[in-house]
Unconditional design. Structure first.
Length: 242
């Protein structure tokens, strides 16, 4: 994909949503960090339901640590992998208090040293809480980047590096949010909504005709093959009779 197409894609995404942001509900960098840790293999809707109650009683490292692992589990048990996440969050709070005076660090190395925080989580926090031009690549962005040709890559890190290299500076801060929302609601995994895609004509990889999915295309192919097999014996029978 050339630079002009990339710019056009981001210009359209910006025009449609000038000020995108995460769908996780938070008020402080700490609340955002907790929400992002909880969001791994979980929906933002599910996380928001859990944190709406949790943050009323524990919205600081000190208060969350005071709940203890078992106490925290009672608030997040509806979220996948809640037991592991509870353990990580308690460890995370302890480190924030011991090493960072209870504040969320704005440096990647310090963030990734916290329990349960990987590169993607660090990128989200650095971007959303501290305004840094990072691009967190999740499954939605990985799919959109590869499917459209915007930044194809075999690994999440490869896609992230390509996006950082090729995305014009003016779009870098919001690129993560635009792409994740596009992947979540339009360029969906099983059935991309090409008919309502505002960048469909800029997509390098026109996967399917509008209204056709990999499943329906496969079924059509199977049907053609079955019909061909059914016709073959008829022809052979006719030739034998003559």
């Amino acid at each position: 994909m050339n630079a002009n197409k990339r710019r056009a894609i981001f210009e359209r995404l910006r025009a449609a949503k000038p000020k995108p942001t995460t769908e996780l509900v938070y008020r402080t960098p700490f609340e955002l960090l907790v929400a992002v840790v909880l969001s791994a293999q979980a929906t933002d809707v599910g996380v928001n339901k859990a944190t709406a109650t949790l943050f009323k009683v524990a919205n600081t490292p000190k208060k969350l640590l005071a709940l203890g692992e078992e106490g925290l589990k009672q608030y997040i048990r509806t979220i996948g992998l809640y037991q592991t996440k509870a353990k990580n969050l308690i460890g995370l709070c302890r480190q924030l208090l011991e090493k960072h005076e209870g504040e969320v660090p704005a440096e990647r190395e310090a963030l990734e040293a916290l329990p349960g925080v990987g590169r993607k989580t660090a990128n989200v926090v650095l971007n959303t809480a501290f305004g840094q031009p990072t691009i967190a690549v999740d499954t939605h962005i990985f799919r959109v980047a590869n499917r459209t040709g915007l930044a194809p890559g075999k690994t999440v890190l490869e896609v992230e590096k390509k996006l950082l290299k090729t995305t014009p500076d003016e779009f870098k801060h919001d690129a993560h949010h635009w792409l994740i929302l596009h992947g979540r609601y339009v360029c969906k995994a099983r059935k991309p909504d090409c008919a309502h895609c505002l960048i469909q004509d800029l997509c390098d990889r026109q996967l399917e005709p509008v209204g056709e999915t990999p499943t329906t295309r496969s079924r059509k192919s199977d049907a053609i093959q079955i019909k061909a097999k059914r016709r073959t014996p008829e022809k052979n029978k006719t030739k034998g009779a003559t």
